[in-house]
Design a protein around this ligand. Structure first.
Ligand code: GAR
Length: 210
C-alpha cells in the first residue's frame, strides 16, 4: 500500500461505458491507497456513463471518438498526443473496448495496464463470462495485466478466482467477477506505480497480492 509521502504518478483512466473499475481506481486514489494523480478519465464513447461520475467529482474528463478518425492508427496517435499533452505516465484501461495498435503502445511501452474478466490465458476477447459458462470450467475470475500488442496476452500482474455456480448466468457471474475486479485493480496498479514489481521473463514478481 502507498504511503502519503510517495510521489503521485500521473495516470489516465480509459473507459468506454459504465466505468465501475474507473470508480474503484478514483476512490482508491481519494482513500490514499493508490499513489496516482488521475490527470484524465477519457472515453472513446461520448455517452459513457463513467464520464459524468468523474466530472461530478472534479476529475478532468475527455472524449476522443474513434469515429472521428479514418484508421486505428490515426485514433491511436491522437490518443497518445492527448495523454502526453496532459503529462500522463501510465494508462489504466478500465472497460476500454478498443484494441490499441503500436501507434499508441510504442509511445507508452510497458506503461499500459488492463483488467479482463476471465482468468487469462483462458477466454481472451469478448463475452467471456458466457464463454466460461459454456465451456464448463468450474472457476473463472479476473486478470490485471500489462498490455502488449496481442489481445489480452500481456504479462499478468494479479488474478482473482471466482467459482462458477450451477445456476450462473453471464450476468450473475459477471457481477461476482466485478466485485473481485474492484478489489484487485487498485492493488495491482499501486504495486506497479510504486515500483514494487520486478519482471522475470513474463513473470511479474513482488506485488504482494494474494
Ligand atoms: C469489466 O468487467 C472489465 O473487466 C471488462 O469490461 C467491464 C467494464 O466494466 N473489460 C473487458 O472485457 C476488456 N476486454 P466497467 O466499465 O464497469 O469497469
Amino acid at each position: 500500500m502507498s504511503d502519503s509521502t510517495q510521489a503521485k504518478v500521473p495516470i489516465a483512466v480509459l473507459i468506454s461505458g459504465r466505468g465501475s473499475n474507473m470508480v474503484s481506481l478514483v476512490e482508491a486514489v481519494k482513500a490514499g491507497s493508490l499513489a496516482a494523480d488521475v490527470r484524465v478519465v477519457l472515453s472513446n464513447k461520448p455517452t459513457a456513463a463513467g464520464l459524468e461520475w468523474a466530472a461530478e467529482r472534479g476529475v478532468p474528463t475527455a472524449i476522443l471518438s474513434h469515429k472521428d478518425f479514418a484508421s486505428r492508427e490515426e485514433f491511436d496517435t491522437a490518443l497518445a498526443n492527448e495523454l502526453e499533452g496532459r503529462g500522463v505516465r501510465y494508462v489504466a484501461l478500465a472497460g476500454f473496448m478498443r484494441v490499441l495498435t503500436p501507434a499508441f503502445l510504442g509511445r507508452f511501452s510497458g506503461r499500459v495496464i488492463n483488467i479482463h474478466p476471465a482468468l487469462l490465458p483462458s477466454f481472451p476477447g469478448m463475452n467471456v463470462q458466457q464463454k466460461a459458462i459454456d465451456y464448463g470450467v468450474r472457476h473463472s475470475g479476473c486478470t490485471v495485466h500489462f498490455v502488449d500488442e496481442g489481445v489480452d496476452t500481456g504479462a499478468i500482474i494479479a488474478q482473482a478466482v471466482v467459482p462458477i455456480l450451477d445456476d450462473d448466468t453471464a450476468d450473475s457471474l459477471a457481477a461476482r467477477i466485478l466485485e473481485q475486479e474492484h478489489r484487485i485493480y487498485p492493488l495491482a496498479l499501486d504495486a506497479v506505480l510504486s515500483g514494487r514489481v520486478r519482471m522475470e521473463g513474463r513473470r511479474v514478481l513482488g506485488t504482494g497480492i494474494e
